[in-house]
Design a protein around this ligand. Structure first.
Ligand code: SAM
Length: 235
């Protein structure tokens, strides 16, 4: 069972996500437990404020340190070796999230996700309370909730017992440092486009070779960087 705590000002965004589809089934079947923490419950003022104007000027607002650090410490304990769980801030400045990192997180018992909003969080929150910053990619979203959902879903499908056929995980894109090649289902011919003969041949060796070759070709064309890191050379 994986337990994930999520700190957010929009817990309602997660309701349907945690109820529906594969994640919903994983929660119902006891593979995944997600606890939502409303950041506003950790404010102390009448307006339940979580943001303030940036020092030095500039557009937008910045998330205040007091409620965020209070929420993180309540959920995970103070930063340090005795902390109960790794605390991850979703941030465009973070390390890019990839499948190996998702696989590593899926093996843990527990982690905490912190969703930023506005122009981001006060740096002292990062210095005092965050263990890791992860980015979903080189673009800017309005909040960390969608990246948090992406991470939860990617990890959940790796939990033992969640996917009906565990083999579907090992043949997918990025698992072997390759993109997955083309896939087909019935009918055998659609608008003049036929399913490749080899896939209908029943020859499992030939099918495996064809799939590997197509995965290599696609990866070489679209993501040569994956092939380079697969070979172990960093350039
Ligand atoms: N001012 C920040 C910057 O330029 O890097 C962007 C802040 S963004 C509008 C608000 C919040 O959305 C961030 O604090 C973060 O939690 C989340 N966010 C936005 N884009 C993200 C991404 N690519 N990956 C992870 N989180 C992201």
């Amino acid at each position: 069972m994986l337990r994930i705590d999520i700190i957010t000002i929009f817990p309602g965004l997660f309701e349907a996500f945690l109820r529906e589809s594969m994640v919903g089934i994983a929660v119902r079947d006891g593979h995944l437990e997600v606890a939502l923490h409303d950041l506003r419950d950790f404010t102390t003022d009448r307006h339940r404020s979580v943001d303030d104007a940036p020092y030095g000027g500039g557009p937008g607002m910045v998330m205040k340190p007091e409620p965020l650090v209070a929420a993180i410490e309540k959920v995970a304990g103070p930063k340090g070796p005795d902390r109960k769980a790794e605390v991850i801030l979703l941030s465009p400045q973070g390390e890019p999230l990839d499948q190996p990192r998702v696989g590593e997180l899926a093996q843990r018992e527990r982690w905490v996700l912190v969703c930023g909003r506005y122009e981001g969080v006060d740096q002292r929150v990062i210095d005092l309370a965050i263990d890791t910053e992860l980015s979903l990619g080189d673009y800017v979203l309005s909040g960390g909730e969608v990246p948090a959902m992406a991470l939860v879903e990617a990890a959940t499908r790796l939990l033992p017992g969640v996917l009906g056929n565990p083999e579907s995980v090992t043949t997918e894109s990025f698992e072997a440092g390759l993109l997955e090649g083309p896939q087909y289902t019935r009918p055998a011919e659609f608008r003049g486009h036929e399913v490749p003969e080899v896939l209908r041949s029943g020859d499992h060796g030939a099918i495996a070779r064809w799939r590997e070759e197509r995965a290599q070709t696609l990866t070489r064309r679209r993501r040569p960087d994956l092939l380079r890191s697969r070979r172990g050379d960093e350039d």
